[in-house]
Ligand binder design. Sequence first.
Ligand SMILES: Cc1cc2nc3c(=O)[nH]c(=O)nc-3n(C[C@H](O)[C@H](O)[C@H](O)COP(=O)(O)OP(=O)(O)OC[C@H]3O[C@@H](n4cnc5c(N)ncnc54)[C@H](O)[C@@H]3O)c2cc1C
Length: 390
Amino acid sequence: MDYEVAIIGGGPAGSSAGYWLAQAGHKVAIFEKKAFPRQKTCGDGLTPRATYWLRQMGLEQDLHKYHFYKGLRSYGFGRCLEMEWPDHPLYGNIGYTVTRYDLDQMVANHAEKAGATLFTSTEATKVDISRDGLEVYAHSKSQGDFKGSASQGDFKVSARYLLVCEGANSRIGRSLGVTRNRQWPQGMAIRSYWESPRHDEPWIESHLDIRDSNHTLLPGYGWIFPLGDGRVNIGVGLLDNKTNTSKLLDAFLEKIADSWQIDINAPCTAPTGGRLPMGFSLSPISGHNFLIAGDSAGTINPFNGEGIAYAYETGALAAKCLGNALDGGGAASLARYEEELNNNLGRYYKVGRLFVRAIGQPIVLHTCVSIGMRSKPIMKQVMKVMANLM
Ligand SMILES: Cc1cc2nc3c(=O)[nH]c(=O)nc-3n(C[C@H](O)[C@H](O)[C@H](O)COP(=O)(O)OP(=O)(O)OC[C@H]3O[C@@H](n4cnc5c(N)ncnc54)[C@H](O)[C@@H]3O)c2cc1C
């Protein structure tokens, strides 16, 4: 075997799994089709759960140079509430905003330093799986200027196990039979960056009364996440695939432009959007010699659209199960992955799916938000539940 584990995708799920496997002494390769640093459409918000996983990987010091924020400022129905993160015994109460341009390079480099081979500018194009192992076919666009990169062209590697972490558009995952349960929710979100004199505020901001052109309240929210570098990340996320998110973002920008002193016609980059596969809506996420983690497994939190923490968490859990399999546990260790994921998050995500279904009814949504915004103690509890910090 060239490698014990081949990981497809060098985002949060793939790099975290690569780090944990390399740290445990396993021979692991990560295939990433882009060259780092690279843009990734995201709100760039790290909650205490995400910062916990970065601390676990030994990256706490690296976070200090980025923008720290203490909690959430929420607007809705003419009211505003400021709520600090609860002081959770495990996760703590610290949040950061870090662009994915910086964050994903940081974690991928960390995995490489731990001993993982990182093939950047290298797309995995096909996987051949047999009973005893597998082969990953890849195409490299690299000029050879990145450490660990293959030179330009097609090549293949063999591996004992495969971990798919391709993100929301998982081509290899689909080729392994992974499909989405369409009865379950999927979100859509869009964002860009604008310059603002309020770029270093200590709160991330959410606006809960997002409405369509008929003034109907929509299940979702608009956000402004200050980055501390002169820019703010502004976006909207929705649990409804019928609404045009670009138009919704334009309407949201009109609403907040004055208070954030932004020129809505001058985004730093054109807005880009993407899908939010959530609530374990994809399956199967394991086979006799492969596992799926992060967005490719639909692990985004249905309550708030947060995915980075869960990509780190499922990457770490997949690494643990793959490590156990390599240490003699075989396929039975891979079967434990789904079980452990369900133990950790299954019930929470089940409630999350029901929550999404309930707030899909405008009357339920209206009642919940209007009552919640009248009471800070209620909203603080809601925030704890939505960020999975109970
Ligand atoms: C607009 C928007 C805003 C969001 N805001 C937030 C937020 O503020 N906070 C938060 O926690 N989450 C947020 N999310 C969700 C978050 O971005 C994802 O949950 C997270 O990126 C998932 O990580 P991942 O590693 O599973 O996938 P990704 O981050 O998508 O990484 C997958 C990687 O795999 C690579 N890849 C794909 N296919 C191949 C292949 N065949 N070969 C080689 N490489 C491949 C890709 O280039 C990519 O680098 C947001 C999402 C969107 C769309």
